[in-house]
Write a protein that binds this ligand. Structure first.
Ligand code: MYA
Length: 466
């Protein structure tokens, strides 16, 4: 599928073009050649470690470093960390954004709406709603001071933002638990780009997190930085092909007609799996048990507690609370009342710019899932078939939430159903990074050379970012 650079968790995805834009051509002739032929840069032209002026000073593995031992890169104590924020240029000041304040949440929304990740042609823009932030930023253990912003002193305008949320990571091979944060929503106003403000934001969020005795972080980006622990590929499953074609997200292959494409992606209105229903508060314990067991299949995972399961899969942490409308979770309950499977996805629409027919694209992102069928010895083919059937049901359920395209990465065991459920590979790749921790490279569900999704092998990435 020749889709545009897809909507990604925390990036626009790193297409080949993006790699080229961060590379350094050696001469004007080479630059002109690149412009005229669109040819990719050679290895020697790509950004080298010494060119990462900021990242080469940070506790991250060097590009192409051979990892000899897993573990933290540096060890410090909270008292070694400065109490005061990093200095900013005189026209700017630090702020802690209080997202419990409606007006401040609105400021983050506006900053991101205008300045966050766009596709190459600026046709699509993430439309993060205040409700999305309430779900993604206010998880159990969240801290107000981990929502750091920069304001223009004279006007008070919010012009940059970065967020950390708590996450417990686990490396299953060594059964190592790593108390960490997830870093997300790094955003600088377009007018303040390329002024080295991003490193200051990153250093400040690191300071604030370190002060709480946390020393590791997980983050994802489309751009290549030192050094990805894994790389996954975006895939897309059109649900409303005509609309995707109208907004130029999906293109008509030369050997197809519009009606054949619509027919290809048509889905029934009713789900197939017996006992499938939306998750309820009473399911938290069983979903927790199933997820914890299932996650051990992967190498890098999020280690949940029950309160986190309630938050991330229902969007509430009390029985009485109202569920979030951005996260959708369905369970499969058998005749004995046992939950045998579940799947979840979150909704994050795109605003479509300058299109006469459509102003928004409904987008679902596959989140966590689990199935008892994974534990049946010798039952690999049954497990794969079960995943295909569950994901087809996920697609069907998402239609009623106005989803036009369902996205998933080549992470988890997704490569087992990607092709069968008619997901097509997108242009975008997502790199996973760990801050201050070295670990062996983790398979991201794609062939390292061809970058094609491999259907016979699941990935080692079990953690899903928002
Ligand atoms: S990923 C989403 C990132 N956001 C966007 O793409 C939104 C649109 N873009 C922007 O707002 C700006 O272009 C950004 C860069 C802010 C991205 N992650 O200020 P600069 C390095 C890390 O002159 P600008 C997400 O949210 C770049 O290589 N570093 O650049 C996860 C260069 O360093 P070096 C990045 O374009 C974020 C330096 O910044 C990224 O004005 C995870 C240039 O700075 C990037 N996505 O602003 C952050 N892009 O010289 C790390 C560029 O070395 C967290 N750069 O090449 C680390 C863990 C911290 C916590 C630790 C706790 C223990």
């Amino acid at each position: 599928m020749s889709d545009k650079v897809p909507p990604g968790d925390s990036s626009s995805g790193s297409s080949n073009k993006e790699v080229a834009s961060s590379s350094i051509p050696k001469s004007i002739e080479e630059l002109l050649k690149l412009l005229s032929t669109g040819e990719e840069l050679t290895e020697s032209q790509k950004k080298e470690m010494k060119d990462y002026k900021f990242w080469k000073t940070q506790p991250v593995p060097k590009l192409n470093e051979k990892i000899l031992k897993e573990g933290p890169i540096e060890t410090k104590k909270p008292e070694d960390i400065p109490d005061t924020p990093f200095p900013l240029l005189k026209d700017f000041e630090w702020t802690t954004v209080d997202i419990d304040e409606k007006d401040q949440l609105q400021e983050v929304y506006e900053l991101l709406y205008e300045n966050y990740v766009e596709d190459q042609d600026a046709t699509f823009r993430f439309n993060y709603s205040p409700e999305f932030f309430n779900w993604s930023l206010k998880c159990p253990g969240w801290k107000k001071e981990w929502h750091a912003g920069v304001r223009v002193k004279s006007t008070g305008k919010l012009c940059a933002f970065i967020a950390a949320t708590p996450i417990t990571l686990k490396l299953t091979k060594s059964q190592t638990i790593i108390p960490s944060v997830e870093i997300n929503f790094l955003c600088i106003h377009k007018k303040l780009r390329s002024k080295r403000l991003a490193p200051v934001l990153i250093k400040e969020i690191t300071r604030r997190v370190n002060k709480c005795d946390i020393w590791q972080a997980l983050y994802t980006a489309g751009v290549v930085l030192p050094s990805p622990v894994s790389t996954c590929r975006y895939t897309h499953r059109p649900l409303n092909w005509s609309k995707l074609n109208d907004v130029e997200f999906s293109h008509l292959p030369s050997d197809q007609t519009k009606s054949s494409m619509v027919a290809k992606y048509a889905l029934p209105n009713t789900t197939n799996t017996k006992g499938l229903r939306p998750m309820e508060w009473e399911d938290v314990d069983q979903v927790y048990d199933l997820l914890v067991k299932f996650e051990e299949r992967f190498e890098l995972i999020q280690s949940f507690d029950k309160e986190e399961v309630a938050h991330w899969f229902l969007g509430r942490t009390t029985k009485e609370g109202e569920s979030s409308t951005v996260i959708k979770t369905y369970v499969v309950e058998n005749d004995e009342g046992k939950i045998t499977d579940f799947f979840s996805y979150y909704l994050l629409p795109f605003t479509v710019l300058n299109n006469p027919k459509h102003s928004e694209l409904g987008i679902a992102y596959l989140y966590y899932y689990a199935s008892e069928s994974a534990f049946v010895e010798g039952g690999e083919s049954k497990y794969k078939a079960r995943l295909v059937s569950l994901m087809n049901d996920a697609l069907i359920t998402s239609k009623k939430f106005g989803v036009d395209v369902f996205n998933c990465l080549s992470a988890q065991d997704n490569s087992f159903f990607i092709e069968k459920c008619k997901f097509g590979s997108g242009d975008g790749f997502l790199n996973y990074y760990l801050f201050n921790y070295k670990t062996w490279p983790i398979y991201g569900g794609i062939d390292p050379i061809t970058k094609e999704v491999t259907s016979d092998k699941g990935s080692g990435i079990g953690v899903v970012m928002k």
